[in-house]
Design a protein around this ligand. Structure first.
Ligand SMILES: C[S@@+](CC[C@H](N)C(=O)[O-])C[C@H]1O[C@@H](n2cnc3c(N)ncnc32)[C@H](O)[C@@H]1O
Length: 211
C-alpha cells in the first residue's frame, strides 16, 4: 500500500493523455498539468467559468443566508454545503468579510451576495418574491421535521453563541428548529445548514446529474 502522503498527492487526475479535446470548456493549463481540484469527475479539466455556467443551468431555487456579525468560522462550511446541494445563491448578512477557510474554495463556484443588514436581505427577498425562513432552536420555533418547505425560499442561519439576531427572528415567516436529543443546546451553523438544506433536497430535488 502507498504511504498516505503519496496517496494524497494522487487526488484528482494527471495531465490529459492523448489528443487534447477542442471543446472550449477545457482549460489548456489543466490539460497540461493535471486537475487536482476537488470537483466531480464530470468537471475534470473544465475551466472555472465553464463549471459555473453549467451549474447555473440547474441550480435549485432555495437560497442560503447566514448572519456574519463576528466572523463565525462555520460560515465557510455553510457555503460548502450550499455548493454541494446547489443552492441558487449564498447570502452573507452583516460584515462583508467572512472566514473562507471552511469553504475549501467552493465559494468560487457559488454566487455569493452581500447584504449589510437583515433589512437589506429582506428587501432583496421581497423583491425576488422569496419567503425567508429562519433556522434556529428558539422559543416559538416550529419543528423542521415534517415542515413543508417552500420550493423557492431563503433559509437563514444565525451564528455561534448568539444565534439569529432579533431582526432576523422578526423577519422570518417561521423559525424552524432541528430536533436534538443530547445534552448540547445546539449544533454549529455548518451542521445545522447541512441538515436543513438536505431537508429541502429530500422534499424537492430529483436525482442528481451523474458524474
Ligand atoms: C451555535 S447555534 C447558536 C444559538 C442557539 N440558539 C443556542 O441557543 O445555542 C448557531 C446557529 O446554528 C443553527 N442551529 C444550531 N442548532 C440548531 C438546531 N437544533 N435547530 C436549528 N438551527 C440550529 C442556527 O442557525 C443557529 O443560529
Amino acid at each position: 500500500m502507498a504511504p498516505v502522503d503519496e496517496e494524497r498527492e494522487q487526488v484528482g487526475v494527471g495531465p490529459w493523455q492523448g489528443e487534447w479535446p477542442s471543446d472550449e470548456r477545457y482549460d489548456p493549463e489543466l490539460l497540461a498539468e493535471g486537475d487536482r481540484r476537488n470537483v466531480v469527475d464530470r468537471y475534470r479539466y473544465w475551466t472555472l467559468e465553464a463549471i459555473v455556467a453549467d451549474l447555473d443551468t440547474r441550480r435549485h431555487p432555495f437560497h442560503v443566508a447566514i448572519e456574519n456579525w463576528a466572523h463565525d468560522l462555520n460560515i465557510g462550511s455553510v457555503v460548502r454545503t450550499a455548493n454541494a446541494f446547489l443552492a441558487a445563491e449564498v447570502h452573507i448578512v452583516g460584515n462583508r468579510r467572512w472566514n473562507r477557510r471552511g469553504a475549501m474554495v467552493t465559494d468560487r463556484y457559488q454566487h455569493v451576495r452581500h447584504h449589510p443588514s437583515v433589512a437589506d436581505l429582506l428587501a432583496w427577498a421581497a423583491e425576488s418574491g422569496l419567503p425567508v425562513l429562519g433556522v434556529d432552536n428558539l422559543p416559538g420555533s416550529v419543528a423542521l421535521e415534517g415542515y413543508p418547505l417552500p420550493r423557492a425560499c431563503v433559509l437563514l442561519f444565525g451564528q455561534e453563541s448568539v444565534g439569529l439576531s432579533d431582526a432576523a427572528r422578526e423577519a422570518a415567516v417561521d423559525v424552524l428548529h432541528i430536533a436534538q436529543f443530547g445534552s448540547t443546546r445546539s449544533m454549529n451553523a455548518g451542521a445545522a445548514a447541512a441538515i436543513a438544506v438536505h431537508a429541502w433536497i429530500a422534499q424537492h430535488a430529483g436525482p442528481p446529474v451523474q458524474g
